[in-house]
Design a protein around this ligand. Structure first.
Ligand code: NDP
Length: 333
């Protein structure tokens, strides 16, 4: 068996020496547990936060310990009746080839209904984040003009398509390359998209939404949030999902400098944590799984092969190497 451990806590942008790839014995399940051979592992921006030694909604990674996170694998040994060898499960023990999982913490997933990898992306935590964030946090309504940043990523790509499917007047996305901008407009059906590296976000957003925006789904923070505040209409809503532009910052960052507009425009800004919306999972799957199956909502996945390349996949995620969900594919997948 092989696992990825946190070797040291990075300061600023992480480098490969923050990770250690370690070969270990295949673990043995105790009563109530199952042994899972992982097939796909999730690579998430939130893992950057957990590399810091700070109190948050989830415990930090421990130096010298395996990095936990979402993974889908095949049961190869079981001590409980509910799981049989050959079953596929989603669990949170993350970045290792073999995991001993408490049966109560494993969720069965069906590869004949949707590709196993999709339970980590469009039909998994990022998809639910998009769904809950748009509908509950941002209180989206048909007719809204919606702006989403990180739009070509796992969460953002679902936000934009859902908004379109649910009757948005106009959906605007930002992403970090010309290719991603083309993908948003040509393949995902965004009305307008721009590359935030081409010029000030404030100007590009104003051009894209001359009549302003009603909803901003924030994945990026910083200058994107500041631009959205400038463009937001009276009683607009901002769902703050992530601030990836600041995850590697070593000093607190100043923007948004224009937050004072919250009074004149009476807009709402609400933090979003997917864990709070677990109760929406059934509704989300009932609505979004058929959209995915019929091709009305499409998704991309960027695969990096082999557990030894998981650190590169993570660094790639932080620098925009992914379109859609970033995943590590293991042997046998
Ligand atoms: P993505 O698939 O969107 O991958 C991250 C993307 O962020 C990269 O592809 C890159 O795309 C972009 N990015 C990196 N650095 C910057 C930067 N400085 N400025 C602008 N964009 C940048 O990841 P997810 O969909 O998994 O997550 C998206 C956001 O949602 C993150 O902020 C994450 O932390 C947050 N999140 C929050 C949850 C919650 O419960 N609150 C749950 C899940 C995710 P590009 O090429 O466009 O730069």
């Amino acid at each position: 068996a092989t696992e990825v451990r946190l070797a040291s806590r990075p300061h600023g942008t992480p480098t490969l020496d923050a990770f250690a790839i370690v070969d270990t014995e295949i673990p043995v399940p105790a009563p109530g547990q199952i042994l899972v051979r992982n097939l796909v592992m999730s690579v998430d921006p939130a893992m950057r936060g957990r590399m810091r030694d700070v109190k948050s909604y989830v415990a930090p990674f421990e130096v010298g310990k395996v990095m936990s996170g979402g993974a889908v694998g095949e049961v190869i040994e079981s001590t409980v009746d509910d799981f049989r060898p050959g079953d596929h499960v989603l669990h949170q023990l993350g970045w290792r080839t073999h995991a001993v999982v408490d049966a109560a913490k494993a969720l069965k997933v069906d590869g004949s209904v949707a590709p196993l990898s999709s339970y980590l992306g469009v039909l998994g935590m990022p998809g639910l984040t998009a769904y809950a964030g748009l509908l509950e946090s941002a209180e989206f309504q048909a007719g809204d003009t919606v702006f989403v940043s990180g739009a070509a990523g796992a969460v953002g790509s679902v936000v934009g398509q859902l908004a379109k499917l649910k009757g948005a007047a106009r959906v605007i996305g930002s992403a970090g390359s010309a290719e991603k901008v083309r993908y948003l407009v040509d393949e995902l059906g965004f009305d307008v998209a721009f590359n935030y590296k081409d010029g000030p976000v404030r100007d590009q957003l104003r051009d894209a939404a001359p009549d302003g925006i009603d909803v901003y789904f924030d994945n990026v923070g910083g200058d994107h949030l500041e631009a959205a505040i400038d463009s937001i209409n009276l009683h607009g809503r901002i769902a703050v999902c992530g601030m990836i532009s600041q995850y590697n910052a070593t000093e607190p960052t100043p923007a948004p400098r224009n937050l004072g507009q919250i009074i004149a425009k009476r807009f709402t800004m609400r933090g979003l944590l997917v864990l709070d919306h677990a109760g929406l999972r059934e509704q989300f799957l009932a609505e979004v799984a058929p959209l995915v199956a019929s091709g009305r909502l499409t998704y991309s996945e960027t695969f990096v092969d082999g557990i030894r390349n998981a650190p590169e996949a993570f660094l790639g995620l932080l620098s925009g190497a992914n379109t859609g969900k970033m995943l590590v594919r293991l042997e046998g997948a």
